[in-house]
Design a protein around this ligand. Structure first.
Ligand SMILES: *[C@@H]1O[C@H](CO)[C@@H](O)[C@H](O)[C@H]1NC(C)=O
Length: 115
């Protein structure tokens, strides 16, 4: 038996133990990987808010997700909006995006979620 398979079998009981919600659908959001340079994120954000069709209203000035006013935060919101509208599509953006299972919403800034 391969080592990887063996390891998976050993890990399985623990995975079941620590995930009481295993029968519910796990919610996922798509956010910017903060290790990426702002320039790369900005480029993807420009696309996703334009041709990509994401709803970027909330990250405009005077909107609930404007603060913190950083490229990373705005890109996260935009990537997620695109991802939720295109479920089944990848959360990638040239490798600058990643999946999270923690709702990134804060205060009155609500990150979209589509089951
Ligand atoms: C975009 O988001 C804003 C704020 O949530 C909402 O009011 C608006 O209806 C949305 N626009 C579209 C096209 O979905």
């Amino acid at each position: 038996m391969s080592a990887i398979l063996l390891r998976l079998m050993l890990a399985l009981p623990f995975m079941l133990l620590i995930s009481p919600k295993s029968e519910e659908q796990v919610k996922q959001w798509c956010i910017a990987d903060e290790q990426f340079p702002d320039g790369v994120l900005q480029e993807s954000m420009d696309w996703v808010c334009g041709a990509g069709g994401a709803n970027c209203t909330n990250i405009q000035m005077n909107q609930p997700c404007y603060y913190p006013n950083t490229v990373k935060d705005h890109a996260s919101y935009a990537f997620n909006s695109y991802y939720q509208k295109n479920k089944g599509g990848a959360c990638n953006f040239k490798g600058a995006a990643m999946i999270t299972e923690f709702d990134p919403s804060y205060n009155s800034c609500h990150y979209e979620y589509t089951p």
